[in-house]
Design a protein around this ligand. Structure first.
Ligand SMILES: Cc1cc2nc3c(=O)[nH]c(=O)nc-3n(C[C@H](O)[C@H](O)[C@H](O)COP(=O)(O)O)c2cc1C
Length: 484
């Protein structure tokens, strides 16, 4: 738990329970309160009590990094059916399951060709160190996928080590440089983020070093709060003008993505398609952030799972599903998540938090150091304050020099390979010769919430909440059919 840079030093987090967060095992008497029959309150749990105490003591609201921490309907609430008698599986050791994806062939002369459908999400230089940016570029390039800039602009480290680099065009315009638009392989117009749809960026003063300040034209060491909407537009028609302008600047070569935070995905996707987007990036509320108000992260937006079917509806209603690609992010952790997102209709996914973990963030070996800054390995607080001992979410030269971009890049490449292989394992079991052949019919839901949101039947039934019960439908593709 953390607070802004002004005001008294807050009480630190309480990962194992502390005096600020209520009774804990090993308290003064040495007796476990639970063993005494004391019961914690589900409404006023320890974290809630600590948050109230902190607000009362400091008068500050909480700002933190990472995505929503509470349990939300997610990909874990879906299961694949796999093949048996009525479906025909593919052999893993001799039958192919392709993984390539093309993004942006609607209008761009040079669509993006990716070897795998897992990309690296936009993360700002400023929130991340130069070494981390280099490592992301190295890891993504090693396995033939793209990485993305972020608020604050393009760095040498990232452009130099990324075979395919997407350049974000953000409301803040921090670091915006027309030369960089031309050096990029695709442009991503950011309208919002899943962690804070409707909100602007934040970067706390500890991370505004001379270099970061220079790139953003900001004073050194002062908290930065960036715009929540683009300065030169007031509605969807202005997005159309902006996309046309970006196409002119980049000679109609580069695909233009539009990134939205999941809130009203049907309408936002429909408007982005109408404005001329080549691809949509849809970021659900589990999506990570460098720094955002806790109240925003936990209470604004809709879960990734709920957002995908609405976005797919908008694409299908426009007759552009698979022609305008859908890239989904927000809580993607494994090949199972990748496969589920694709089966629901995404063309690719993007990862932020998982990529940082692969680089070495929140490494348990650094737990003692995380505790010194008021966090603990695995708790994902204090990213914004810039003292990350792993050298990733920091601008401190001593800390960032701890990260070896070559080794960290290999770790990221390994994770991306594993995610892809896991997705292939599932796809083959469903009889699919390409990951993009996965389809909703391959999935069932474990909970009523997930069934309603993903519009898949509750496992073992043919019941989808809100829809009349129907017999199971046949698969839409022939088994083993390759993707066009
Ligand atoms: C450290 C960090 C910095 C980020 N910076 C940006 C940014 O500059 N622009 C942006 O559009 N999204 C930013 N994001 C959000 C990611 O692009 C992405 O939407 C999110 O991390 C996906 O969810 P995941 O972290 O669960 O994979 C950032 C996320 C993190 C963790």
């Amino acid at each position: 738990m953390t607070a802004t840079t002004t005001g008294p030093t807050p009480t630190g987090p309480t990962p194992t329970g502390s005096a600020t967060s209520g009774p804990a095992t090993g308290c003064a008497t040495g007796i476990d309160p639970a063993a005494q029959g004391l019961r914690e309150n589900a409404t006023f749990d320890r974290a809630t009590i600590a948050a109230i105490r902190q607000a009362a003591q400091t008068g500050l609201y909480d700002i933190r990094g990472g995505g929503a921490k509470r349990r939300l309907p997610h990909f874990d609430d879906l299961l694949f059916l796999g093949a048996s008698m009525s479906r025909y599986p593919l052999e893993g050791y001799r039958e192919r399951c392709d993984t390539n994806v093309v993004i942006g062939q609607r209008f761009a002369k040079r669509p993006i060709q990716l070897d795998i459908p897992v990309t690296i999400a936009g993360m700002s230089f400023g929130s991340l160190s130069g070494q981390a940016k280099e490592a992301l570029g190295r890891g993504a390039s090693e396995v033939g996928t793209s990485t993305t800039t972020g608020d604050g602009g393009m760095t040498e480290e990232e452009r130099g080590h990324s075979k395919t680099l997407v350049y974000q065009y953000l409301p803040s315009r921090y670091g915006m440089n027309p030369r960089h638009l031309r050096q990029a392989d695709a442009i991503e117009v950011v309208l919002g983020q899943g962690a804070k749809p409707g909100g602007g960026g934040m970067l706390l003063g500890q991370k505004i070093t001379e270099r970061v300040a220079g790139m953003r034209t900001l004073p050194i060491g002062i908290d930065q709060r960036s715009a929540c909407r683009h300065p030169d537009w007031t509605g969807p028609d202005d997005l159309r003008i902006k996309i046309a302008e970006l196409r002119e600047i980049t000679d109609w070569e580069k695909p233009i993505y539009v990134k939205i935070g999941a809130s009203r995905p049907y309408y936002d996707v429909a408007l982005a398609i109408k404005a001329g987007a080549d691809a949509i990036v849809l970021d659900g509320m589990q999506g990570g952030t460098a720094a955002t108000q806790e109240v925003f992260i936990e209470h604004v937006g809709i879960p990734t799972l709920a957002a995908i079917p609405q976005a797919v509806d908008a694409l299908q209603d426009a007759g552009l599903h698979r022609e305008v690609q859908l890239i989904v992010s927000g809580g993607i952790r494994s090949g199972a998540d990748v496969a589920k997102a694709l089966a629901l209709g995404a063309d690719a996914v993007s990862i932020g938090t998982a990529a940082l973990i692969a680089l070495g963030d929140n490494d348990p070996a650094l737990d003692a150091e995380y505790r010194k800054i008021g966090s603990a390995a695995g708790y994902y607080d204090d990213w914004q304050a810039g003292q990350d001992p792993a050298g990733i979410t920091t601008q401190d030269p001593e800390l960032s020099s701890r990260l070896d971009p070559v080794a960290a890049g290999h770790r990221l490449a390994n994770l991306l390979r594993v995610m892809t292989m896991e997705a292939q394992i599932i796809a083959r079991a469903c009889g699919k010769a390409h990951l993009l052949r996965l389809e909703p019919e391959d999935l069932v839901a474990l909970t009523i919430e997930a069934a309603a949101m993903a519009r898949r039947p509750l496992a073992g039934t043919n019941w989808i909440p809100g829809e009349p019960s129907t017999p199971p439908s046949p698969p839409s593709s022939a088994p083993g059919q390759a993707c066009p």
